[in-house]
Design a protein. Sequence first.
Length: 295
Amino acid sequence: MTLPVRSQFRLIHRLRVRWAEVDQQRIVFNPHYLMYIDTAFTEYWRALAVPYEMIPEMLGGDVYVKKSTLQYEGSARLDDLLDVGIQCARIGRSSMDFQCGIFLNDRLLVSAELVYVFADPATQKSKPVPDILRDMLQAHEAGASPIDIRLGSWADLGPQAAALRRAVFVDELQIAHGLEHDAADNAAVHALLRNRLGTPLATGRLLQEGPALARISRVAVSRTMRSTGFGRVVMQTLMQIAAERGDTRVILQSQCSAEGFYTHLGFVPIGEPYVEAGVPHIDMARRLGAVSGSV
C-alpha cells in the first residue's frame, strides 16, 4: 500500500474524537477508524452533489463495500481533530477503488484502501458502473464543479422548482400546501441549481419590487445539500442579475432560523420579527454593490 499524503485529497472531512470512541488504552478503538471513513464517504457524495440516500433512485443501483484494508501508523486520542481524506483512485467495469487517509494535522495515522462494487439493490449482484457516475467521479477528482445553475421563466423551470419547494416548504416545514406558489412566479426570474444528473438542489426567484428595488424570495435548498454553499450560489446569481438590470437595493423575507445565512451575504434586519404561514420571519435588506451591512 502506497502511503497517502494529505495534499492529494480534494475531499477532506474534519471530525473530533469522542469519549465513546476511545478504549482502555485511551486511544481510538481500531474499528472506529472505519466509521470515520464511512462518515467521510457521506461527505464525498455530498461533494459530488449527490445525496447519498438517493443513489439507488438516481443511478439505478447502489454501492457496496467489497473489501477494506487498513494500515495503522499512529493513534488518535480523545478530542483530537482528525482530517479524513477520500479519493477515487480507479474505476473498473463494476468496481471502484478508493484511497483514504486519516490525518492529525499533516501526520498520517491510518491509511486505507476500499473497493466498492456497484450492484442491484434487490439482488446485490454487480452491474456496470453507470457512465454518468463514472463521469461524476472523474470530474470531481479533476477539480470540476458538480453543479450548474440555470436562469429562466416559470414556464421553463417551474416543474423542477415547484417539486423542490414542496419538499422544503410543505413536507419539511409543514407550510400549508399551495402557499409555496403564487401568481408572482409568472413575472419572476427563477434560478435553479442542479447536479450533473439534472436533480434540482436549490432554487430562488427575483422580482421587481419597485424602481431600482429587487425582491428575492422562495429560496429553497434540498435538506441534504445545506451547508454546501449552494444556497449562496443561488443568492449571488440572483443579486448579480438584479445589479445588471440597474437595481440598487434588494429586500427579502427571511425565516428567523435562516437569518445568519443572509447576514453572511450582507443583509441586515429591518423592522421586528413576525409570524407568517406559522413560521417566524424577519425582513432583511442590503444595497447591491455596497459593503456588508448597508441597507
